[in-house]
Design a binder for this molecule. Structure first.
Ligand SMILES: *[C@@H]1O[C@H](CO)[C@@H](O)[C@H](O)[C@H]1NC(C)=O
Ligand SMILES: *[C@@H]1O[C@H](CO)[C@@H](O)[C@H](O)[C@H]1NC(C)=O
Ligand SMILES: *[C@@H]1O[C@H](CO)[C@@H](O)[C@H](O)[C@H]1NC(C)=O
Ligand SMILES: *[C@@H]1O[C@H](CO)[C@@H](O)[C@H](O)[C@H]1NC(C)=O
Length: 230
């Protein structure tokens, strides 16, 4: 009988270990100097709830009776709870704030729920500008190489190109910092947009091919033209 109970206990312990090892951290992305919100994914409001928030397994704050006690010096002025402690706002993010945050919810001393977040902090995306080069301009069309550039190069940037005619929806066109497009003169009202993004932020720049190609049309003796638009 005792052996049986021990057996069940060790199965429970093993299951518990497996759950914590295989725990999925909810991904959360923040931008330096801005704020991020960690929110319980399930409704856990109720009276008598206590919550412990941790950062890298160190207790950050304790929430009970609608009061938050911040325990970690580094976060002293930067944490703001709301919704009965089920939402935690972290202000003025720094790179050092990146890591695993967890919250455990207790009632009458018993843990009823736990979740964790993997916060990654990124630099804001710089404003991009377009550098365009007309590769070939003839009466039957305009062939342009577009380069989407940013003045600085924080890591994790990616590029998406979209286009649209007048007020229609944007259509996906290409990815990568450089693209090429060729259009007949009656299609040059097309707007082309470059979105620069990381998981936390994005900025865009756009231009119409008309703007790019018409400068060239006015001086057809130039074979190639390089323009920069902001
Ligand atoms: C966040 O930073 C700004 C400017 O750096 C400062 O004015 C503000 O008091 C800070 N907020 C908190 C909550 O620390
Ligand atoms: C947290 O997320 C980052 C990227 O967003 C990843 O590289 C890292 O491995 C994750 N950490 C954990 C413990 O899951
Ligand atoms: C534009 O011109 C370049 C160079 O002449 C050529 O390689 C490319 O295929 C053309 N692109 C399109 C979309 O026509
Ligand atoms: C481009 O950026 C502006 C703000 O600068 C934003 O209002 C707009 O929604 C963005 N457009 C797209 C398609 O992302």
């Amino acid at each position: 009988m005792i052996g049986h109970i021990v057996g069940i206990l060790s199965i429970l312990l093993a299951a518990n270990l497996l759950i914590s090892e295989g725990q999925v951290h909810l991904p959360v992305y923040g931008i330096i100097n801005q704020e991020v919100v960690l929110r319980l994914p399930v409704d856990q409001t109720g009276s008598g709830l206590e919550m412990y928030w941790t950062f890298q397994s160190i207790i950050l704050a304790h929430f009970s009776n609608n009061q938050m006690k911040i325990i970690n010096e580094k976060f002293m002025t930067r944490l703001e709870p709301s919704d009965s402690g089920t939402t935690l706002r972290i202000h003025n993010l720094t790179m050092e704030d990146a890591g695993i945050y967890a919250v455990s919810v207790h009632t009458a001393g018993r843990k009823i729920y736990q979740t964790s977040y993997n916060l990654t902090v990124y630099e804001p995306v710089p404003s991009p500008y377009l550098r365009t080069e007309v590769m070939g301009y003839r009466t039957d069309g305009c062939n342009v190489t577009l380069q989407c550039s940013v003045p600085s190069h924080p890591s994790h940037l990616s590029y998406t190109w979209k286009y649209r005619h007048q007020d229609q929806e944007y259509q996906l066109y290409d990815s990568g910092s450089t693209t090429q497009i060729s259009l007949a003169p009656d299609h040059q009202d097309m707007e082309i947009l470059c979105i620069v993004h990381n998981p936390a932020d994005h900025k865009n720049v756009s231009s119409t091919l008309q703007e790019i190609c018409s400068d060239h049309a006015n001086s057809p003796d130039i074979e190639k033209g390089i323009y920069t638009s902001y």
